[in-house]
Design a protein around this ligand. Sequence first.
Ligand code: B12
Ligand code: SF4
Length: 446
Amino acid sequence: MKILLINTPRSPENRILKFAPEAAKPFIHKRLIGPPLGLMTIAASVKDHDVLLFDTKGEFDLTPEPPALESVVTRLVHDFRPDVIGSTAITSELYYAFEIFAIAKKLDPGIVTVLGGLHPTLLPYDCFHPSVDVVCPGQSPHVFRDVVRTVEAKTSLEAIPGILLNNGKALKRTAGNPRVWDAANADYLELDREPLKRWINTYKVGGSPFPSTYVFTSLGCPYKCTFCSIWPQFKGKYYQRSIESLITELHSMPDYPVVRFADANTVVDLGFMNDLFGRILEEGISKTFIMDIRADVAAQYPGIIQKMAKGGLKVVICGFESYRDEELKKYRKSSPASDIAKAIKVFHENDIMIRGNYVIPNDYSEDDFKALEEYSSGNPVVYAGYTILTPMPGTVYYKQVRQLVTDHDYRKYNFFNSVMKTTLPYEKFHERVGSLWLIKMGKDVI
Ligand code: B12
Ligand code: SF4
């Protein structure tokens, strides 16, 4: 079977960038860079077949004048002649998956299109579109393998439990639940990064001359922040990988001196991280690590940060969210605002660069912006990010504010556009968020 896996392009919608003062524009984050870990895993599940993995994000980053999505997909379908096309979707990229499938179906209506990823996991019925044949929610490499086998055998997809099939009028769920898949442990699939070589030079972050790749050490998150999509994706469960499988993976990627841990929250089990970095040092693995760490972890356990810094931890992404305890409580962040300053101190003492991120609610007034500016300037970090508190469909926050949502265009659900009425005039609100990006210590954007 010929299987084409296409990563969706980014949504270009970015009102913060559009309305920001000119001086702030160079610092505003425009794109996140990195290979599609989910689709790499799907590729690994069907490696006995003829698989082509294509990263449109990487492709569009190769040239300043990227080709149109239609010409990219048309060429792929013409040249490769796939039987099955798979794609992945976060909320802001859902429509691009539809577009990819629609272009392919126009060229060859016999191609079976399969959609998976975060958005189809949270809201599978949202994925109804004439171009989508099958939706596979959850960590579903094994389900995808079953779909491919069934298409090959020309038998009915109805026999695969827990997938959604398009009957022309709606998506209909097949009976039963998919077999349990232990994505982080027993069923972990070794990844082949070779097919992504074409884009390796686009996978560079923060001015680094070296390419980076993603590795997950865990899946899910034990916390329950109201605005977050990740814990609902894993139904509140948290799965840790084994240390030795991580060591093997880290040894297997000499082309990638920079490793970004893709975990929601890397340091949950302190003992695990202590042992992992012990083994990294013992094995002489020399990499630059980037990871997400909560402020309360750094504030309370400086020892683990020191150990990880010794093992190569150089950049930390830290969701500060807010400097006000009442807002943090509302978000169920379960970390007090006072931890921010403590965490910054710990990271800086260990020569770790911080990307601290604040989320800005739509009801911020001029006084709120001024107060945040004052706090953020008094607690500077090398890279600071200011994004919009967005009600991502499928989250607790979405349920809380559903009635207030005014814009249902999913392309805008990437944290860079307000989708609710703002207290300040709409343009002014985005301009003020944009101007916050000037407050930071460094010059790079990550
Ligand atoms: C890696 C990553 C990326 C990568 C790669 C994603 C890609 N496809 O291109 C990059 C760097 C490109 C990226 C970009 C963005 N990301 Co991102 N990203 C992540 C991250 C850190 C890890 C995801 C991951 O790899 N998980 C591990 C893999 C194994 O799981 P998975 O992807 O879910 O895949 C499994 C299943 O879903 C399923 N599956 C997935 N695809 C498919 C396809 C088929 C056919 C099938 C059958 C199954 C299937 O099987 C897979 C294997 O088990 C998550 C946070 C997190 N920790 O989860 C955020 C996250 C997914 N990103 C998010 C966002 C918002 C973005 C950005 C929009 C951010 C921004 N403002 O710029 C950008 C995109 C646009 C841009 N401007 O660049 C949000 C999504 C929220 C939402 N509800 O939409 C998350 C959850 C982070 C967050 N804090 O909320 N991201
Ligand atoms: S915001 Fe961070 S800590 Fe909170 S639930 Fe999401 S991943 Fe976990």
